[in-house]
Design a protein. Sequence first.
Length: 238
Amino acid sequence: MKPSERLIQTIKKRKVRQVPIWHFRLQNTMYWSMFILAVLLGAMAFSVILFALQQADFNMVSHLFHSRLELFLGVLPFFWIILLIFFLVIAIYSIQHSQKGYKFTVIKLGGFSAALSILLGTLFFIGGGAHQLEHAFSVNLTTYEGVNEKKAKIWTLPEDGYLCGDIEKKEEASLHLQDYTGKIWTIQYEQAFVHVAVLLEKGEKIKLVGEMTDEDMFVAKEILPWCGPGMADQRQNR
């Protein structure tokens, strides 16, 4: 029996039916759509990671910890890192199962997908989208610990000379400040260096470097804006 005849018999025996070409085109389109969506979502996750690192204030508070690694782990947004990895896996899977995707190794696909997410995520971060996205999560998900919440915990160490909060009232040489736990502090600041971006007005969120002199008294040596360098004023998103 000829090989061609044997093939025909096998097809008849297994009742193999011809699949229309539109089925493969639709499947290929679906996988590419999954890839594009996964890359975009991965880019958003990466942009929030950049935002978290920007807000870490390594130069100011790293000496409060045993090492920079400890501070890094304290502000690292594990939630977004897990999302980034998840979307990268989806992107790799999508390309692998698309037309001609078998030609690429997992390493090449992973590198390509990661590079796209990093590039787009960086642009999204520069455009300010990362802060808006992270803020939306912190407002709408009660179980989510936002970047600013992590940052507030790091900066609420009055015994070590660090404090942050919202200005409740301003007087001639003092401020009334509410920290993230709700406690009201009296801040003496007549000898303090006040950053040019700080307005010292009610409702403004600030960071303080100084010395705790009593249970609710703090002498400020430096008054700094809450947001990082180059960031837009975030007081409206408190």
